[in-house]
Design a protein around this ligand. Structure first.
Ligand SMILES: NC(=O)C1=CN([C@@H]2O[C@H](COP(=O)(O)OP(=O)(O)OC[C@H]3O[C@@H](n4cnc5c(N)ncnc54)[C@H](OP(=O)(O)O)[C@@H]3O)[C@@H](O)[C@H]2O)C=CC1
Ligand SMILES: Nc1nc(=O)c2c([nH]1)NC[C@@H]1CN(c3ccc(C(=O)N[C@@H](CCC(=O)O)C(=O)O)cc3)C=[N+]21
Length: 298
């Protein structure tokens, strides 16, 4: 049986550091400020955004949420971000994705000031990560949280391990691969055109699944003893819980994989809570930088 990598518990340790440093900052008259912007009323997005705003308050942050109607035009959203860029009480800006189709999310993301880009999606922060300038970058929260989980399971020296990342999105797959590369892993990025995916996955000492397909990665795709990080969040029908009910599953067939893996993250309670914790950590780091204070390491 694999070791369970408990995302909720590790997230608590990250949040404890955030809360402590927030206290130290407030003694100097600084309160980290996070602005979360959401366009439209997709219920799943609303749930995530509400939990981000709640956690920010729990950490002692100044937390503001802007909920705009689904038909908001692009210029209005750009203007809001420009206002937040100029607001000294705001250190971090998160625009919840996906945005409605009539808005060009590329334009919106690049409007965010790189110094407040706590999602790490702007060209400046992607470039810093891609060139190995990780200490000055904001790294996207999900892969950053996943790295901490990998280090907790295997120790900080990942040198020479084979890592396979399934998925190549800008939000998860690509930054995840860059972080593993910076940690001296031998990294392969797989995607929907990859040949012999099961065989490739079986070569992985570290297997990261970020696909968005429920339970696609089977037990016999996992190398015995491997560390398996399941980023997927998929809501599927659960008739056993009653008519119309759903449950959350990852991209990995957990019950099979946990018999083979050395360590594995669950869904829920795995990468998800770490994503939120790292958002708080990035916001804290943004506040420390504006104040000229050395931020803690996570
Ligand atoms: N836990 C958390 O905090 C977060 C969880 N998520 C979850 O992670 C998952 C991935 O998210 P995201 O990266 O945004 O998703 P995207 O849809 O942007 O990317 C999915 C990737 O998976 C690849 N893919 C799709 N089907 C297959 C297949 N059959 N075989 C191999 N590769 C395939 C795609 O390949 P191609 O490029 O060729 O199309 C693409 O690169 C989702 O379940 C999402 O909900 C996302 C963000 C945060
Ligand atoms: N600009 C932007 N940044 C993001 O980081 C971002 C985004 N947009 N859009 C959507 C995705 C998704 N995402 C999640 C965060 C937390 C959980 C999470 O906490 N999940 C809980 C379960 C929650 C539930 O029950 O639904 C868990 O896995 O235990 C999941 C998914 C961040 N994303």
């Amino acid at each position: 049986m694999a070791q369970l990598i408990d995302g909720k518990q590790i997230a608590e340790t990250v949040l404890a550091t955030v809360t402590q440093t927030t206290g130290e900052l407030s003694a100097r008259g600084i309160t980290p400020g996070l602005a979360v912007v959401i366009v439209g009323e997709d219920p799943a997005s609303q749930v995530y955004v509400a939990s981000k705003s709640r956690k920010a308050k729990e950490c002692g942050f100044h937390s503001v949420q802007h909920t705009l109607p689904a038909d908001t035009d692009q210029a209005t959203l750009v203007a809001l971000i420009e206002t937040l860029n100029a607001d000294p009480a705001i250190h971090g800006i998160l625009v919840q994705l996906p945005l409605p189709d009539h808005i060009d999310s590329g334009v919106i993301i690049q409007t965010i000031s790189p110094e407040k880009d706590v999602d790490g999606f702007t060209f400046v922060n992607v470039g810093r990560l891609g060139t190995g300038e990780i200490d000055s970058a904001f790294v996207p929260c999900t892969p950053s949280g996943a790295m901490i989980m990998i280090e907790r399971a295997r120790g900080r020296d990942l040198s020479g391990l084979n890592a396979v990342v399934v998925g190549r999105s800008n939000i998860v797959g690509k930054p995840m691969a860059n972080l593993l590369l910076a940690a001296n892993c031998t990294v392969t990025i797989a995607h929907s055109r990859t040949a012999n995916l099961p065989e490739l996955c079986r070569s992985a000492d570290i297997l990261v699944a970020a696909v968005g397909r429920p339970e696609m990665i089977k037990g016999d795709w996992v190398k015995p003893g491997a560390t398996v990080i399941d980023v997927g969040i998929n809501r599927i029908p659960a008739p056993e819980k009653g008519e119309g009910k759903t449950r959350l599953v990852g991209d990995v067939a957990y019950d099979e994989a946990e018999k083979v893996a050395g360590a594995i993250t669950p869904v829920p309670g795995g990468v998800g809570p770490m994503t939120i914790a790292l958002l708080m950590a990035n916001t804290l780091v943004a506040a420390c930088r504006t104040a000229g204070i050395t931020p803690p390491r996570f």
